[in-house]
Design a protein around this ligand. Structure first.
Ligand code: HEM
Length: 162
């Protein structure tokens, strides 16, 4: 589930960034449809992952031997979930506020809104994106710290048990 969510977020992120540079013309409907579908699947995958996390037995938290870093590690994991949920929910709100759902998925034929920034949810979506990027960077740095500095082979437990 972790690696599936990584792929989905990376794809939604790259597509979202590229797509936001395009003018709001009919040719943007297909990239919007792909981005929105990926975003909604990401939301479903994260919810399934959260349910699995609460229901299934969990391995012990990986420790660094430093109480502050351990607490920061837990906080970053919760913040990652919160930001991904915020990205998806703000994207869905933006689509509902701007009538995108019917344009993109309902084939209403209406023109795209002149500027997505006319809607407050767009500001939230745009703010959450770099915050998520920053936290993902911190998360990767921490994983590399475990793997190569602490040498506790943390990455090995992120796959199927033998
Ligand atoms: C975790 C899931 C998602 C990620 C990582 C993501 C990422 C992004 C990024 C990086 C941007 C460009 C932001 C900017 O340049 O300021 C963007 C724009 C956008 N996203 Fe998402 N998004 C997600 C989910 C969704 C969902 C679920 C929807 C709608 C159902 C959606 C609809 C949009 C729209 C309409 C834009 C604006 C495009 C524009 O300004 O031209 N996103 N997204």
């Amino acid at each position: 589930m972790h690696w599936l969510v990584v792929l989905l977020i990376a794809a939604a992120f790259v597509l979202g960034k590229n797509m936001s540079q395009l003018p709001n013309e009919p040719s943007k409907i297909t990239p919007l449809a792909i981005h929105m579908t990926l975003g909604i699947i990401t939301l479903l995958a994260v919810v399934v992952r959260l349910i699995a996390r609460f229901r299934l037995p969990q391995p012990a938290h990986a420790t660094t031997g430093n109480a502050f870093l351990d607490r920061l590690g837990k906080l970053v994991h919760y913040a990652l979930y919160a930001l991904v949920l915020l990205m998806a929910v703000s994207g869905i709100s933006l689509s509902m506020q701007s009538g995108l759902m019917t344009i993109v998925f309902g084939g209403s034929g209406a023109p795209l809104p002149a500027d997505f920034f006319d809607f407050t949810a767009r500001l939230l979506h745009g703010f959450a994106a770099p915050s998520l990027l920053l936290l993902v960077g911190l998360h990767i740095a921490a994983a590399l710290y475990h793997q190569f500095i602490l040498k506790d082979n943390l990455l090995a437990r992120m796959w199927h048990a033998k």
